[in-house]
Design a protein around this ligand. Structure first.
Ligand SMILES: [Zn+2]
Length: 140
């Protein structure tokens, strides 16, 4: 994921990178949770690029919203409070994002290998929002 700290772009890996593993950078926002594989490939080819060879494209991943009770249990909250966590992380609550981030990362590490099934996608989105908040804090 990328975030900005002033005019500096910061790239972070949200998955564990094994030694020798090829990494892909999503430069065109054609994420598997936003567009089906055929649409992503069509847009890349229309732009004069080759179809992507990342795991999500090769295996035609479809998004999964995850196991909300498992995420809530890992965060130590009731499922009815999950909406509040999302609001805090997506909003501009820096202290809440700082408090949630370590637990979100820990949960993601537990389930990253199960993506696209499981909760990895939901956790990645929440983690990305935390880092966006940190990057934008100078604007507040
Ligand atoms: Zn891809």
């Amino acid at each position: 994921m990328k975030s900005y700290h002033g005019n500096t772009m910061v790239l972070r890996a949200l998955n564990t990178i094994k030694q020798g593993q090829q990494c892909f950078v999503n430069r065109y926002s054609l994420r598997y949770d936003a567009y089906p594989r055929a649409e992503r490939a069509r847009m890349l080819v229309a732009g004069g690029l080759s179809p992507c060879q990342c795991t999500a494209c090769r295996k035609d991943w479809t998004p999964c919203s995850g196991d909300l009770p498992w995420i809530c249990n890992g965060l130590g909250i009731e499922p009815t409070d999950f909406r509040d966590v999302v609001k805090e992380v997506i909003g501009v609550n820096i202290e809440a994002a700082k408090a949630h981030l370590p637990r979100l990362i820990s949960l993601l590490q537990q389930c990253e290998r199960s993506e696209p099934s499981g909760s990895a996608l939901t956790l990645k989105k929440l983690i990305a929002h935390c880092y966006v908040i940190f990057g934008n804090k100078r604007l507040l």
